[in-house]
Design a protein around this ligand. Structure first.
Ligand code: ADP
Length: 520
């Protein structure tokens, strides 16, 4: 079977070998096993259903939310000699009828549809009348409420599968799924755990970097100056900020496009086309930009603000370097920006359970901004890859500052939290450590603790940052909810017992600042 598959890969796509994971997935599909494939962006997910589509009898239905990409995909398939079509809201009624009739007459091997199509009874009846051998679900994380892009229309896929006889094989594909989300996909689609194929999330050509404590506008200008002529996207959190940054860049002589839901479709399309065809190299956008944009030579993605979670970050940053060339993903991190995202969660109409989930995800995004460990490792760990090696090229791996021993300071913080019975959040902990005269501290009698004021030589900002660092490195674990309490972890137990040192990269040792201050 695989020899035949390899033959098709060669004749239709011109490739000699399957990439990691492709063969495994194709074998499972040909054995009739429902499968979940998790591969990074650019990993080659399409081949995983396009080759089986050619080998199987009947039709393969591809469900994808990316309407704008369907035409491109179908055009490309037609060129390689694979009969295929798509049905979505962009085609006329007449065209639709023609295509439906052709599907019925068996003229296509692949049919792309948007999930909304599953709400159309006539389309469902059509599917019941033809032989569907495979249903491929692209962006399968959209089916999970715990994913970052839940789409209720994806839930209809379950009914679709059960309505078609004989039951088609199911292939779910995604590039962004935490273990929680992939479990959810398997449960909803009844995919057995052993039929999950994960090739890893790593995108070897991406250089991750977090920039903090610098003026963002100057950093951005400097970066653009040094990388003139290269294509890149600058993501900002709000429309207003997109407008401001766009204006700011244009005023300084950079030709840039902009994209957000507040500008007319016509104008958006003009900017988008210019960017796609390299007439302008910079695009300033909200997260509305990018889904379905297939531009392979994006050399950098700068996030001016943090996005709402790591999945969104990895997806947006991952628009860099789809051609495999070295590319940069830079987050301009300012902890205050968390408020924008918290506010958006608070204002949303999600139920309490989902809100808590969103806050927890946001915290992990913030921790990414604070971590001093390998950034790629942090991302891969988030997506459930435990033993990824250090990447050797991210901002943390290439940070040449000396590591200093911060064990004593860490013990101060951790023992203070223990004495506060692990019942308070960051602000109160900082106040106790710095010896604040806040009424609440007195109210709780926290000024009686032996750790009250043991870091009074430091500013609240420094202590706050240090606590963020301890959280990012796993010495503290926040509880769920908007106002998390910080709890100790197994790792912090080791630090308190003196069995594990805490090392931190710093230009100036905290103790040094203390000494310097002591001079005055
Ligand atoms: P994804 O959907 O996972 O982001 P695509 O299916 O668009 O990725 O594939 C990314 C690129 O890799 C495409 O240009 C595709 O033609 C190419 N590709 C896929 N499979 C192979 C292979 N076995 N060998 C070489 N290139 C491949």
């Amino acid at each position: 079977m695989l020899t035949k598959a390899r033959g098709l890969l060669h004749t239709h796509f011109g490739y000699d070998q399957f990439r990691k994971g492709q063969e495994d997935i194709i074998q499972k599909i040909m054995d009739g096993k429902d499968t979940l494939g998790i591969m990074p962006t650019g990993g080659g997910k399409s081949v995983c259903y396009q080759v089986p589509a050619m080998l199987l009898r009947g039709v393969t239905i591809v469900i994808s939310p990316l309407i704008s990409l369907m035409k491109d995909q179908v055009d490309a398939l037609e060129k390689t000699g694979i009969p295929s079509t798509y049905i979505n809201s962009a085609i006329t009624g007449e065209e639709m009828q023609q295509r439906l009739a052709d599907i019925y007459n068996g003229e296509y091997k692949l049919v792309y549809i948007a999930p909304e199509r599953l709400e159309t009874p006539s389309f469902l009846r059509l599917l019941e009348g033809i032989h569907v051998s495979l249903i491929a679900i692209d962006e399968a994380h959209c089916i999970s409420q715990w994913g970052h892009d839940f789409r209720p229309s994806y839930l209809n896929i379950k009914q679709l599968i059960s309505r078609i006889q004989p039951r088609p094989t199911v292939l779910a594909l995604t590039a962004t799924a935490t273990p929680h989300v992939s479990d959810d996909i398997c449960e909803l689609l009844h995919i057995e755990e052993q039929n999950t194929v994960i090739t890893g999330f790593a995108r070897e050509n991406l250089h991750f970097q977090v920039v903090k404590g610098q003026d963002r506008d100057s950093y951005m200008l400097d970066y653009l100056e040094k990388n003139k002529g290269q294509a890149g996207i600058i993501y900002a959190a709000t429309r207003k900020e997109v407008d401001r940054i766009h204006h700011f860049l244009e005023a300084r002589g950079f030709a840039a496009g902009k994209y957000h839901a507040g500008i007319s479709e016509k104008e958006r399309n003009v900017y988008q086309e210019r960017f796609l065809y390299d007439n302008t190299t910079i695009m300033v956008a909200t997260n509305a930009f990018g889904m379905g944009i297939n531009k392979s030579n994006v050399r950098f993605v700068i996030h001016y603000h943090i996005p709402r979670n790591m999945e969104a970050y990895y997806q947006e940053a991952g628009r860099a370097g789809r051609d495999g060339e070295e590319s940069a993903c830079i987050l301009l991190f300012s902890p205050q920006d968390t408020h924008i995202q918290s506010f958006l969660i608070e204002q949303s109409d999600m139920d309490e359970g989902r809100k808590e989930n969103e806050y927890a995800k946001l915290r992990q995004m913030v921790a990414y901004g604070h971590t001093e460990s390998c950034l790629q490792q942090y991302i891969l760990h988030y997506f459930g890859e435990e033993n990824a090696p250090e990447c050797g090229k991210c901002g943390s791996c290439t940070d040449e500052r000396e590591q200093v021993d911060a064990t004593v300071e860490a013990q101060m913080v951790l023992s203070c939290i223990r004495r506060m019975n692990e019942r308070f959040g960051k602000t109160m902990i900082t106040k106790v450590l710095t010896g604040s005269g806040d009424k609440k501290i007195k109210g709780f009698r926290l000024d009686q603790l032996s750790t009250y004021g043991i870091m009074k030589d430091k500013t609240q900002k420094d202590v706050n940052e240090f606590i963020d660092f301890l959280t990012a490195e796993g010495y503290l674990k926040p509880t769920d909810g908007a106002y998390p309490v910080l709890m100790l972890t197994e790792k912090s137990g080791n630090v308190l017992r003196g069995n594990e040192p805490v090392l931190r990269k710093e230009k100036v040792h905290i103790a040094q600042i203390v000494e310097d201050n002591a001079l005055f």
